[in-house]
Design a protein around this ligand. Sequence first.
Ligand code: ADP
Ligand code: ZN
Ligand code: ZN
Length: 732
Amino acid sequence: MRERVACGACVTVPFGRRSLVGVVVEPGEASDLEGMKARSIESVSGHGAPEITPELLELTRWMATYYMCSWGEALRAALPPGAGRPGAAAPTRVRVTRVALAKAPPAAEPRGERQQALLHELRQRRAKDLDDPTQPELLESGGGSSTTIRRLEELGYVRIYRTLVDRYEYAVQNEARKVVPSADQNTGPTGQIQLNDDQTRAVEALSRAVEAGTFRTFLLHGVTGSGKTEVYLNVLEQVRGRGRTGIVLVPEIALTPQTVRRFRRRFGDEVAVLHSRMSQGERYDAWQGIRSGKYAIVVGARSAVLAPIPNPGLIIVDEEHEASYKQFDPAPRYHARDVAVVRARIAGAVCVLGSATPSLESLANARADKYTLLPMPERVPVDGRPAELPTIRIVDQRGSPEFVSAQLIEALSGCLERGEQGIVLLNRRGYAPTIECTACGWTPECPDCSVGLVYHKPLRHLRCHHCGLVNDMPRVCPSCRKETLEKLGTGTQRLEESLKEALPTARILRMDLDTTSGKDAHHEILQTFGSGGADILLGTQMVAKGLDFPRVTVVGIVQADSSLSLPDLRAEERTFQLITQVAGRAGRHALRGEVLLQTRKPGHLVIQHARRHDYEAFARHALAEREALGYPPHGRMIRVLFSGPEDNRTESMARLWALRLSERVAQVDVLGPSPAFIHRLRRAYRHQVTVKLPPGHAATSLRAALEAATAALGHLPRGYRMTLDIDPMGMV
Ligand code: ADP
Ligand code: ZN
Ligand code: ZN
């Protein structure tokens, strides 16, 4: 067995009376644990080949140190789901149909245009040395229908045959049918585009770094519609040309189908796409395929940063400012952007962080010359004419009881008359966020969480958006028995109702968590909107992401200020980013865009900077504020959350821990404990301690002190939990 047990191999080992899966990180003869005897490995999986590459062993080791979790927790994040169980899934094969060029086709071309297009596609694939496509893949890129293919077979141009594929490939082939129309469809089957000057400059700088073959990080700061994706595609080509591979991280696959498709169009079967809606079996097979070198490019959300792709030469983090790159539960509580940078360093790769609104952390790193800034300050010109960012008009909603202003209705109806489309953002789902009894002031609260319940109209329910609890909406006030319950405020459901009333002929689609629970729901909504089957797309921040629809000319932002007052140090940054992102959906192509920003804080600096598309001014303001308060990127933070069934006991635990820590550290602020923003969640009380480190201090320098403080608590009683979050994002 010794020969087969290489570092990184997955093995099954006896552990007490159970068997567990372990990863070999170092050979050894004896146990490190006192009083423990070494036992024999039961079996080695993966046919003896290492499962975890040396690069990922080193990366997970770094994660364990930096995020203060166990190496095992970090390694688990790098293994496919199900790999933790002994005897877990093995790749499984499914039968599919492929199409190949015939060996001796007729000399003359077929007559049908569709037939010619399909043949052309097949020949191009052969010229690029790609595998024979499956039937749906071929139809996706070449057009036509299965009848066209059958006809070509009858005429002797192609051969249809059946092969075995794994579950991942099988799923991909079914996915291939789904296409969301996008603006770049006029660019030919491979999506080749002539780069403009800014893009060329960026691509050249990146190519030089790729050629040098050493680690370097770039911050690609390009306004919405400046053509960042095109830059990624070009640099990936260079990397491929040098025999190396690439990883592309996107915030959420379901919300960025057009971006993903552009990678597929350019790189075909070389691309593996990892997304959260894959089954465990599909993920397992995809992982194996990536590990074995079958794919050259991995596109995926957060966890794809740990994809086992061999020899990465380029790691791209698109929309690097997105909070979804941070994992909170379970450990490792990592930030995929930061892990990407470290992985690139270990692999000797180039890392590209792209955004229209870079996080202040990345901006600070660029200013400190840790990252190289690549600016793309202008939109891609259309037909040789300069394209402009949309005009943002502020609609002062102070004193107005309406959810939708007359100005927004007017802009949307103008847009409908011209046969164009609109997007409306309201970052709050449900019908009414608050219910209140006007007689006695009663309002419904979740019995398990310290938050109010939200009214959902379709089933007349009250829901907790944190734990999912559902209650019926009472007819009378449970407290005073009067019929005086009022629905206050608006969520997306109510907004949809208001818009339908004001624009009775408009075809409106709503996209939020409630309308996208089905497997293909995102796709269906975007597909309908993209093909002109609806006039207005209304939704939560889901509609703000990378959508690229050329007929969208009006964007409405309802309650733009609602997120400004959240108790989060990044509340202003998030608001600025969200406004900029959604505004960036308007007027991306030949048609000019207009944005209406409804707010009750028209004079707020963030609103004003966003209105002028002035990222620099916003960043100056925000960085100064962070510095004054000692918040990141000026220094770092650790958040420690204590939770448990009894409020007082949880708090005193947090208090003791904070005290023990502050006794051991100098130059570090230990703040709290204080009740968490959501004081009670799923019946657990929560208190937090925040540790602020001055610039130049890494959290790891506190390791000994943190460990000692934790040891002082002893063994936590049943039901109590302590979580350490390094570089925390958002509120918990
Ligand atoms: P970003 O990611 O910066 O928002 P995209 O890469 O999506 O921008 O580009 C915006 C649109 O412009 C896309 O439809 C894309 O196909 C198109 N595009 C990008 N670069 C060029 C170019 N050089 N010439 C013409 N069109 C381009
Ligand atoms: Zn009442
Ligand atoms: Zn709840």
